[in-house]
Write a protein of this length. Structure first.
Length: 316
């Protein structure tokens, strides 16, 4: 089991978000109209790495609502992301383990989403095995519910969505030329397309801050912005990167989980090589002022994936 090495970011406090007072009056008014009661408290959600508004709103009638918002002018990329999230949430079947989309406002230069409020918390860090097992069971439900995905979603294959990721190893060759087994890893990553095919919806962004452990026992997956279609086991391997870095023996878990126990080791290794190169390349990009911890987190993810891959391959 690897030593615990919790990521060098403040867990649950990585986002610099718009707050309720920052929203223009007409946006606050439309939100209160949708909620049906004046907002008396806004609890900013500090997880994640985007600066859009994301808060639990407490209203005068004591109801709670989860709302996201971004300006299409001042925060165009994030407004587009919220727009895509709304579209995908609306397309998911009700059986999918996801909070429900309740309403959308997409005009007047603002994209605003009203999403089902869930009394829940993210998994604790460092990860605990029971919470990881519950999260893995949730991904089994994703596979059961979304194989195949609804035809209306018209998803692209994950190999197409991630087609440029193997080229990240060109960056690694430049920045880490003395990395042992570099070319072996790059070759593994280049073979990802050959092992990723499948007919299951792949979330592609499974990590602790996108998982909700609800008080009623449900486990839900959030932020469905970038789904694709591919092999059912991919999201489970992505889920394991954080726990592996936190010191859990995730290979033992993969060996007994229904979605991963029969997956060839070389297929898992190809995916780990792919994400290692991607995270290392992204970790060297400019630090966005709206997300000061993003690059630190990506570098850590790359380091964990590399250490895991090296151990699996027997590389010194």
């Amino acid at each position: 089991m690897p030593p615990s090495n919790t990521p060098p970011v403040p867990v649950g406090r990585t986002a610099r978000r718009l707050e309720w007072a920052h929203l223009p009056p007409h946006v606050r008014a439309l939100v209160e109209g949708e909620c049906g009661s004046p907002v008396i408290e806004a609890i900013t959600q500090g997880g994640g790495f985007t600066p859009g508004f994301a808060s639990v709103l407490v209203c005068a009638d004591q109801t709670r609502h989860f709302v996201k918002a971004a300006s299409a002018k001042a925060q165009r990329a994030f407004a587009l992301s919220y727009r895509e999230e709304a579209r995908r949430l609306a397309e998911l079947p009700v059986e999918a383990p996801a909070p429900r989309l309740l309403w959308v406002h997409d005009r007047d230069d603002w994209v605003v989403l009203g999403i089902e409020y869930v009394d829940a918390a993210a998994p604790r860090r460092p990860w605990r095995l029971p919470e990881l097992e519950a999260s893995a069971r949730m991904l089994e439900r994703v596979a059961d519910t979304l194989t195949p995905p609804p035809a209306a979603m018209a998803l692209d294959p994950v190999a197409d969505e991630l087609a440029d990721w193997p080229r990240a190893w060109d960056h690694v060759r430049t920045t880490r030329p003395d990395l042992p087994h570099l070319e072996e890893a790059a070759t593994l990553a280049a073979g990802f397309a050959g092992v990723s095919a499948g007919d299951t919806l792949v979330h592609t962004d499974v990590r602790d801050d996108n998982v909700l452990l609800a008080a009623d026992g449900r486990v839900l997956l959030c932020d469905w912005n970038w789904p694709a279609v591919g092999a059912a086991w991919l999201d489970t391997v992505l889920l394991m990167i954080g726990p592996r870095g936190d010191g859990l023996d995730v290979d033992a878990l993969l060996a007994r989980l229904p979605l991963t126990r029969d997956v060839p080791a070389d297929s898992v290794d190809a995916f780990l090589a792919l994400v290692t190169g991607y995270f290392w390349r992204q970790g060297d990009e400019r630090v966005p002022p709206t997300s000061p911890y993003l690059r630190d987190f990506q570098r850590w993810q790359g380091d964990v994936a590399w250490d895991w891959l090296a151990q699996r391959r027997g590389w010194s």
